[in-house]
Structures are given as structure tokens and as C-alpha cells.
Write a protein that binds this ligand. Structure first.
Ligand code: ZN
Ligand code: ZN
Length: 248
């Protein structure tokens, strides 16, 4: 809990949605620990075999984590994908062998092809759990130590709309009308400011207006993108241990 309090405080002080940051932080940590310690773990391996490895987004994050950490080599990923390739090939070969009797022996072709789909990414699952945990701790902090955490949220860049929705859907916010009101009001103020900056950026770019565009106005279109869809990070956030969070 103490560790998480520190992480939450750092995430609130960093740019963009703090919940997006906490989730991404956890995803990088999961990849690092899995590659460093668990590529031989039967439970982890069977889940990765079943899902044919990681989903598109997480597989490419894994690639970036691997190239960003000199302690990790490609052999851990090779170990994971060696059995994934084998399992996929077996399923694909079963399709070939079934030929015209596919429907009779193996059910409909659609069902058989569905066995080749990449689904159930273990990091997606872990990420969803981390997200629910982060929402829970944020709401608990805002509820039980509001005097401390509400100003911290207010002075942060605030939540993205998808994470706002997740917090409002959570039982803690649902059962506390005052907290719910605080979250909605905070977001409404941010959206009103964003709307103003979006308007000013367009107005000041007109050829007949000679007013300086502020930095916040220049970035307003980028804020609109992350505010409505969540953050994307160009840099890695997690380096070998939580203490070395680079706050990209
Ligand atoms: Zn977010
Ligand atoms: Zn995934």
C-alpha cells in the first residue's frame, strides 16, 4: 500500500492521465519480470501457449522493453515463441489434414479457424487487474484522505475520459455522491479549459490575428486526443526497478 501511495503520487505529478501511466508502468514491469524470471515457469508458459503469445499491442511493447533493457536478451522471447509456433502449426496442419471432411470431423470451419485466433493475452488480463486496482486505490485515497489527495488530483493533468468513466462505474464512486460530484466537476472544468484552448488555437492561426499562441494552446489538439482516448508513451517508463522510474 505504501509503495502504491508513492507510485500514485508520482503518477499524479507526471504529465497526462495518472491511471494510464500506472497501467503502462505495470505492463512494462510484467514484461520485464516475465522475461527475466518466468520464461521457464509452466503456468506462465501454458497461458502464453494458449493465447499464442501476447496481443499485437503488448507483443510490440515487449519488443520495445527488450531492446530498451541491456539485461534482457532475445533468448527468453525465443523460448516463449518456440512452443507457440509449434502449437499454432499443429492447429494449422489439422485444417489441412481435415480437407473435405472438416465439417463432419471437426465441427464447422468457422469454429476450426477460430482456434487460430490470438486471444486471451495474459498481459491484457494482468493489465485489466492493474487498472481496477489503480482505480480502487485512487478512489480510496480521494475518499479517505480527501484533503491530501483531492488537491493532488486537481493540480495534476487529470484523468482521460475512458479512465474517468471507469472510476465513475466503480462501486466506491457509485455509492458516494459527493465524491462522484467532485470527479465530474473536476473533469467538466478541464473540458471547458480544453474547449477554450482549442478555440483560441484556431482563432490565433487566422491570417488577420496577430496574437501569440500559448504553449498550452499549441498542444491543445494533442490533449484532446489523449483526453478522449488515453495516453500513448513514446518512451519506456520502467527501468529495472520502480526506484528508477524515468517519468517519460
Ligand atoms: Zn487514462
Ligand atoms: Zn495484450
Amino acid at each position: 500500500m505504501a509503495l502504491f501511495t508513492g507510485e500514485l503520487q508520482r503518477a499524479l505529478a507526471a504529465p497526462g492521465c495518472p491511471l494510464c501511466r500506472l497501467v503502462r508502468h505495470q505492463e512494462e514491469a510484467w514484461i520485464w519480470h516475465t522475461l527475466y524470471e518466468f520464461t521457464g515457469d509452466p503456468g506462465v508458459r501454458s497461458r502464453l501457449d494458449a493465447s499464442y503469445g501476447l496481443c499485437h499491442e503488448h507483443a510490440h511493447l515487449l519488443r520495445r522493453v527488450l531492446t530498451g533493457h541491456r539485461l534482457l536478451g532475445g533468448s527468453g522471447v525465443a523460448r516463449i515463441y518456440e512452443t507457440v509456433v509449434l502449437r499454432y502449426s499443429e492447429q494449422l496442419a489439422a485444417l489441412q489434414g481435415a480437407g473435405g471432411r472438416l465439417k463432419q470431423w471437426l465441427g464447422s470451419e468457422r469454429q476450426q479457424l477460430a482456434k487460430l485466433e490470438l486471444k486471451g493475452c495474459p498481459l491484457c488480463l494482468s493489465s485489466q487487474q492493474a487498472e481496477r486496482g489503480a482505480v480502487f486505490f485512487l478512489l480510496e485515497a480521494l475518499q479517505k484522505e480527501g484533503q491530501l489527495w483531492r488537491p493532488r488530483l486537481k493540480s495534476s493533468e487529470g484523468l482521460c475520459n475512458p479512465h474517468l468513466l471507469l472510476t465513475l462505474e466503480d462501486n466506491q464512486a457509485h455509492e458516494d455522491p459527493e465524491l462522484r460530484q467532485f470527479l465530474i466537476q473536476d473533469q467538466l472544468e478541464r473540458l471547458a479549459e480544453l474547449q477554450g484552448r482549442l478555440y483560441q488555437l484556431q482563432r490565433k492561426q487566422r491570417y488577420d490575428v496577430y496574437e501569440q499562441i500559448s504553449e498550452e494552446e499549441a498542444c491543445s489538439w494533442q490533449e484532446a486526443i489523449w483526453r478522449f482516448t488515453g495516453m500513448q508513451y513514446e518512451k519506456l517508463l520502467w527501468q529495472v526497478g520502480p526506484e528508477s522510474d524515468v517519468g517519460a
